[in-house]
Design a protein. Structure first.
Length: 147
């Protein structure tokens, strides 16, 4: 049975395992716990998990951002979408995306934006199947030094 719910602190080790699949290495557990506590204290963040029989096998994070143009409605940014390689093609990603879209509707978000690495072709097919379009925009990222 699949359950979609907010991730709690007791799942951080399992979340770190998922993130290692996403980025290729584990996140520092202490830093992860500190960042998790900041996120949980901020209502703009939604950290969802897909649990199968109690085991965390997928996750994503949504962030509500307030806009200052037009009707000044917020928009949602989705980040860190990951489903365990052992559980792909079972509908977990779709359930996570549907849940975050529902949260965006409830928060009156005007649109949802996500970015995905160019090399993640399988993920792009999935996003397009969920109704996300590859709009012809340029995306830029500037990595800042850690100190």
């Amino acid at each position: 049975m699949v359950t979609i719910k907010e991730i709690e602190a007791d799942a951080l080790e399992a979340l770190n395992e998922l993130y290692s699949e996403l980025i290729g290495h584990r996140t520092d557990q202490v830093k992860l716990a500190e960042a998790f506590n900041r996120i949980k204290a901020d209502s703009r963040y939604i950290l969802l998990g897909a649990y199968v029989d109690g085991e965390l096998l997928g996750s994503l994070m949504g962030i509500e951002c307030q806009d200052l143009v037009g009707d000044c409605r917020p928009f949602m940014v989705i980040e860190n979408v990951v489903v365990s390689s052992s559980a792909r093609r079972q509908g977990l990603g779709k359930k996570l995306m549907t849940a975050i879209e529902q949260a965006a509707h409830e928060r009156d978000c005007y649109y949802i934006i996500l970015v995905s690495g160019e090399q993640r072709k399988e993920a792009h097919v999935f996003y397009e199947s969920m109704g996300y379009r590859d709009e012809k925009v340029e995306g830029y990222r500037k990595h800042l030094s850690s100190h």
